[in-house]
Design a protein around this ligand. Structure first.
Ligand SMILES: Nc1nc2c(ncn2[C@@H]2O[C@H](COP(=O)(O)OP(=O)(O)OP(=O)(O)O)[C@@H](O)[C@H]2O)c(=O)[nH]1
Length: 261
């Protein structure tokens, strides 16, 4: 359980940032958006009533106009660009500078249409810092999809992906959709992880892979569209070949790789 009294002063400062009406990642954005669903606009730890997949999965509510619902979590080391990825996807903007580490967990909704099907993505932005790991673990269980990010300019964040996949295997559902994203692909000379290394790791774990840039927007829409498609396929498993496989590396299946960009 989240206990604000256990936070040190530095955490408390950041807690205040998150605990205001707006989440950290919305700090540079206009105050209100007409298309926001107020009841689901902000989830700050503790979120006493996270939506249950059994209540919402595959049930399009008429007033919200969607066919499939999916809870998507952004995971990865601190600073890889999870918040910026969400802001880029949700609002089409980039939060340059003023890096403030996320505290706890926030979510934001966006409905995307793939192949004529409306998919409501409830996207959870988690804190990458180690000290918040136990908080985010509690949210893995209900996630339908996980976007696992590393920073192509930060080799350590890439090396830590195996540990993240281990946590996913331990805490998430077996059939969770997983996608690996090498973010900050705009960084050019600062690059420390080659695209081929990302592809190889994704192939080993049989997960989809893309390089993205929250700064330029490269592949951001595509990554979420891929996840939405996988969720639709999961909700209507007529064609087993479209199902996304688990995070374990599989000897027999190493020859094939889901979409890599
Ligand atoms: N060049 C470049 N910088 C980026 C990109 N995405 C994020 N950044 C920068 O990286 C820093 C960290 O971004 P965040 O989105 O806050 O990282 P985070 O993963 O949410 O970090 P935590 O909240 O600590 O887990 C910020 O200074 C961003 O401006 C990108 O695609 N390209």
């Amino acid at each position: 359980m989240w206990n604000p009294h256990s936070l040190d002063n530095r955490q408390m400062e950041k807690r205040v940032v998150v605990g205001r009406v707006r989440p950290t990642w919305a700090r540079n954005l206009p105050e209100a958006r007409e298309d926001d669903d107020k009841s689901e606009e902000l989830g700050v730890m503790p979120h006493s009533d996270p939506p249950s997949p059994t209540e919402t999965w595959n049930q399009g509510k008429q007033d919200e106009k969607y066919d499939v619902f999916g809870k998507v979590m952004l995971l990865g080391d601190s600073g890889v660009g999870k918040t910026c990825m969400l802001v880029r996807f949700r609002d089409g903007t980039f939060l340059a500078g003023n890096y403030i580490s996320t505290v706890g967990i926030d979510f934001r909704n966006k409905v995307v249409t793939v192949d004529g099907i409306k998919v409501k993505l409830q996207i959870w932005d988690t804190a990458g810092q180690e000290r918040f790991r136990s908080v985010t673990h509690a949210y893995y269980r209900d996630a339908h999809a996980l976007l696992l990010l590393y920073d192509v300019t930060n080799k350590i964040s890439f090396d830590n992906i195996r540990a993240w996949l281990g946590e996913i295997r331990e805490y998430a559902q077996d059939d969770v959709v997983i996608m690996l994203l090498g973010n900050k692909s705009d960084s050019g000379l600062e690059r420390a992880v080659r695209r081929e290394e990302g592809q190889r790791l994704a192939r080993e774990y049989q997960v989809a892979f893309m390089e993205t840039s929250a700064k330029t927007g490269l592949n951001v829409e595509d990554a979420f569209a891929h996840v939405a498609r996988a969720l639709v396929a999961k909700a209507n498993p007529v064609d087993p070949s479209r199902l996304v496989v688990r995070a374990q590396p599989s000897q027999e299946q190493r020859s094939s790789c889901p979409p890599c960009s």
